[in-house]
Ligand binder design. Structure first.
Ligand code: PAF
Length: 283
C-alpha cells in the first residue's frame, strides 16, 4: 500500500492507473478506522481494480470546536488496518494541503440537507459537500462507498454529485454493528464503561419499534422510541424522525405518500457523545 500525502501525487498516481484502464473505488473516511470502515474497503475491493482510502478529519464539517479537537486520530493503526484489508492507496493529507485557502463554496443542497442533522448542525453538510467534492475531483473514482449509519449524508452526497455533474456510482453499504447491536462508530471509544453498557439500547429500541409499528400510528411509534430511550440513564434523544428514504422529509403518518421503506433516524446524546443510528420500517 502506498501512503500519499500530497494532492498532486494523488492526482498523478490515480490518473496513471486509470490510463491503464483500471477501475478505482474511493472510500472517504475521517480515520479512527473500525470494522465498519473495513467493510466499505472490502466492498470496494470486490468491485474495483484499485482501492483508494482517504483519511482526513475535515475541519469544515465540524460545527463544534470541541468535537473536532476530541475526534480520535489513530493514523498508524489506520495504516496497518488498511494494509491488511488490501487497500492500494491511503491518502492522508494535511489540512493545509486540502484547504490552502478557505473553501467559501456554498452548495445549494436543498431540502435533503435542511432537516435532522442539517437542522441540528448548521454548516455540517456544506462542509461534507466541500470535502467530498474535492476528493471526487482529485480521484474521479469509478465508484465511491459510504456507510448507511450516516443515512442522510448519503442523500446529501448524491445531491452534491448531481449538482457538480460527477459521473460516479455512489454505493451505500449496510451498517456494521457490535455483537450487542451498537452501530460501529469512531465516537464509541469516547463512551465511559457505563455509557457503553446502555448504548446498545439504541438499536434494541429501534428494532422493537418495527414490531410496535405494526399496530400503532407513526406518531405513537415515534413517541415509543423517544420515551424508551430517554428512560435510560445517560441517554437523551436529540431527535427521532421517520422519513422518506429519498427526500429525507419526515412522514406524518404511515398512509402518507412516500418511497418505501420509511426510515427512522435517531440522534441520541449518550453522556457527551452524540450517537446516530437508523432503522428501516416495513411501511
Ligand atoms: O462519514 C464520514 O466519515 C465523513 O463525513 C466523510 C464522508 C469522510 C467526509 O469527511
Amino acid at each position: 500500500m502506498e501512503i500519499i500525502t500530497s494532492v498532486a501525487d494523488l492526482r498523478s498516481k490515480v490518473s496513471a492507473l486509470k490510463g491503464q484502464g483500471l477501475s478505482v473505488g474511493l472510500v472517504p473516511t475521517m480515520g479512527a478506522l473500525h470494522r465498519g470502515h473495513i467493510s466499505l474497503v472490502d466492498r470496494a475491493r470486490q468491485d474495483n481494480d484499485i482501492v483508494v482510502v482517504s483519511v482526513f478529519v475535515n475541519p469544515t464539517q465540524f460545527n463544534n470546536k470541541k468535537d473536532l479537537e476530541t475526534y480520535p486520530r489513530t493514523a498508524e493503526a489506520d495504516a496497518s488496518l488498511l494494509r491488511q484489508a488490501g487497500a492500494d492507496i491511503m491518502f492522508m493529507p494535511s489540512v493545509e494541503e486540502i484547504y490552502p485557502e478557505p473553501d467559501t463554496r456554498v452548495f445549494p443542497l436543498g431540502p435533503v440537507a435542511e432537516v435532522m442533522e442539517g437542522a441540528m448542525r448548521p454548516g455540517h453538510f456544506n462542509g461534507v459537500a466541500q470535502i467530498v467534492s474535492k476528493l471526487f475531483d482529485m480521484v474521479r473514482p469509478t465508484r465511491a462507498y459510504f456507510g448507511e449509519k450516516d443515512f442522510q449524508q448519503i442523500a446529501v452526497i448524491r445531491k452534491m454529485a448531481e449538482l457538480e455533474g460527477f459521473d460516479i456510482e455512489i454505493v451505500d453499504c449496510p451498517i456494521c454493528r457490535h455483537d450487542d447491536g451498537l452501530a460501529m462508530s469512531s465516537r464509541n471509544v469516547r463512551l465511559t464503561p457505563e455509557q457503553r453498557a446502555v448504548a446498545p439500547a439504541i438499536h434494541r429500541t429501534l428494532a422493537a419499534s418495527t414490531e410496535w409499528a405494526s399496530d400503532h400510528t407513526l406518531e405513537e411509534t415515534k413517541k415509543f422510541v423517544i420515551d424508551e430511550l430517554n428512560s435510560f440513564p445517560h441517554m437523551e434523544v436529540e431527535y427521532y424522525e421517520i422519513v422518506d428514504p429519498l427526500t429525507m422529509q419526515p412522514i406524518s403518518d404511515w398512509g402518507a405518500p412516500h418511497t418505501l421503506p420509511a426510515v427512522g433516524c435517531v440522534t441520541v446524546y449518550c453522556g457527551e457523545v452524540r450517537l446516530i443510528d437508523n432503522i428501516k420500517y416495513n411501511k
